[in-house]
Structure formats: structure tokens, C-alpha cells
Write a protein that binds this ligand. Sequence first.
Ligand code: ZN
Length: 84
Amino acid sequence: MARLRAVLKMAKSAKKGAPARALIGEVPFTCTVCHGEWFWQDSVHLTSNWQAFGWAKEDATGLLCTQCGYFHLFYNRNLRLYPG
Ligand SMILES: [Zn+2]
């Protein structure tokens, strides 16, 4: 459910910004479904559902594929976004 809530939140707000490409470290990231390269991004506040991992006070980064709409959720400080 936390994932669904995050997707719905992003669907409302994500298109406000320009799409970006993503790197994980030095590796370009592409959508796991359609291999698209462009994503709308937003920070996602992790709720109490994540407390078991000790992450509830941290924010994750959600990437919504502009091509197919698949939602990727990252908890990785090496994730970098860059506009086109
Ligand atoms: Zn995609």
C-alpha cells in the first residue's frame, strides 16, 4: 500500500517538473519495463510501513517512467538526476 500511495502522490505532482535522466553511480539507469530513459522524479516520504528497516524518517526518490508509467522507488544516495 505504501508503494501505491507513493505512486498516486507522484501522479498528481510529478508532471510539474521537467523529465530527467538518471545515473546510479556512473551507470545510466533505464526503465526496467520499457528501457525508457526519461523520468519524472519526486521525493517520497517513507511511512511507518518501513520502520522495520529503520528508514521511516528518511526520504526515498521515486522515478516515474515518462514512456510507460512504471514507478521505480530508490533508496540510494548515489542516484543522480540530470535534465536533458
Ligand atoms: Zn518505462
